[in-house]
Each structure stands twice: as C-alpha cells, then as structure tokens.
Design a protein. Sequence first.
Length: 369
Amino acid sequence: MAVRALARVNLGAIERNTARLAAAAPRSALCAVVKADAYGHGMIPVARAALAGGAAQLAVVSAGEAAALRAAGIDAPVLLLGPLSDEELPIALAARAEITVWRASTVAQVAALGGGRVHVKLDTGMGRLGTRDPDEARRVAAAAAAADGVELVGLMTHFATADDRDDPFFDVQLERFLDWAEPLRAEYPNVLLHAANSAALLRAPRAQLDMVRPGVAIYGLDPFDVDPAAEGLEPALELVSYVAEVKPCAPGESAGYGRQFIAQRPTTLATVPIGYGDGWRRGLTNNAEVLIEGLRRPLVGTVSMDSITVDLGAGASVSIGAEVVLLGRRGGERILTEDVAQRLGTINYEVTCGLTARVPREYGEGAAA
C-alpha cells in the first residue's frame, strides 16, 4: 500500500442505496443527509452519488457545509438542519440553503437579509432544536408565510426513538407532529411535511409524508444497528491497512502499552499501522478482529495512536505487506461497522464519522464491501 491505511468508498453502493430508499418511499421526495463529511465518507462525492441515485435534495448541519457544496458546483436544493449564529446566517443564505427556524426573530433576520426559504421545526419529543409549543410554531409559520422575501417551504420534526422498533414514543411523536402540521398544510397547501430519518422511513410508511431525510442508510449502514443486508443495503465503506511487521512471541512476552496482552503460548504477532490517531478506537484493545488472507485474527494488546497488534497464531506464515481488512468482506468472512460498534458500545455511524483525515478516502464504483 502507498499509505498506512485507506478507506475505500464505493459510490455505486451509495447510489444504489439511495435508489433503494427512494423506492421504499415512492410518494415522498428524498433528502439525502450528507452532514459531517457524509458521515466520514466524503461529502462532495457522496452528494453527487446520492443525487444520481434519485435524491431530490441534500441536507447538512452548518453554513460552511452548504457553502462547500455550492463551491463544488452542486446546485441541488440544500436543507440546513442546524442552528445558525448571526455570523453564519448570511453565509447560509448566500449559499441558497433552506433554513430551519423555530423563532419569529429568525424569520425576521432572514427577511432583513433579503429573504430565503425556511422550514419550521416543532420539537415533538427529541428535546433539542425547535419549539415544544405548537401554538408558537404555528405563529412562526404564519410569520414566515407573511414576511417579504421569505418562503415557507416545510414543516418538520425529528424522531428520538425511530431506531427502536418496540418503543411506543415514536408513534406519540408522529401523532403530535400530524396534529400540528396537517391543519397548517390546509392553510398553506404547498408546504412539505417531513419527519422520517432512515429508521422511520424503513419501519413506518405512514411517517414518510412528503419528504424523507435518510442519512445512515444512504451509506449502507443499518439504522437498527444489526445487519444492513436485512434492509437491502450495501455497506459503502471498506477500511484496510497492511502488515508492517511479523515477529514470534514466546509465552510471557507482551505487546503494547501496559502489557494488556501477555502470550500464554508460543504465537506470532503482526503489527498493523493504524490506531486511534486514525480513528480506530482505543476501546478496541483486546476487543476486535481483522481479516488477513481471508481469516479472522484477533486484535491483541492496547490500541496505540499509530498501530495495533494482531495475533496470527503459532507458525503463521503471513508476509509483511499482506492486506489487513478492518471493515469489509473477503471471501466468506466480513466485518461490519455494526460489529465494531457493538464491541465499542456505540452506534455504527460514530465508527465511520470517527475516521480521521489521516486516513485517505479512495472513491470507486466497485462491488460492495
């Protein structure tokens, strides 16, 4: 390898995942969420692949992300999901981003800056952005509809428990949203109602409404954090490194900081040049596997900033330079992002978002990882 570690991103898989999600919500426009550098996959190439797969719109969380899409020549509508400071708002409007609002004062700021397109957010239970008060949200929508230069485009909310199929709070939130939004749509018939993230899109067709906002599923990650294949999704990211050193390890000898691995039998260790400086978390110490020559091998010892060690077993004949697969498939074996997330006690997209800029992204259209 020309680099220590490499993330291969399959844009064909992203395009197919987008098309699969669009087909699952045939009466809804699809807004592909590409915030946080497309969940670590690379915002600009992913945005183009999602649009090719049928996305009608893109969503980001910051003014800088919206401006970067425009600078790359991407002209599709962009919904800005996050809050905006006074300094960010003009940048977002200059990028022709559609703004999420929940205060009449923000509507007035948009009008004072020359106008723009806005979506009003009701907090139905997420407890973050948006107003909890339906009457206040109704007044904000009316202010947006009346303000010079401002266009009321959408009414929105966000689910807190859509990824838990058994949690009844999902239905509570949906009913709260519809009780507020449907009367407003009667008053403003061109407004879009939207609430569904990836999990809601796949679990509840009645939550799809006029637009869906899938994020994690675009990347072939299971929104229910089990197995993307069960949802007809293809993982788009493969993470690889290589064997940099091979050495015998006698009983009583150790590997890594703190001697967290001490050999109990004769074995062979491989050093692989990837670590938490690349986003391969320290919580995987003695707690992960990799694929080498198509075989699963345990990670042993402490994950360092720049390297890990792998137990190859006694008498192993792995060569320096051999490929190491940390996420992906080889032959009949695979390591899913969901597998790594479960070991870390987290969610799949924290794993991909955590890959640092030190790991180059390589883009192709090859078979899914």
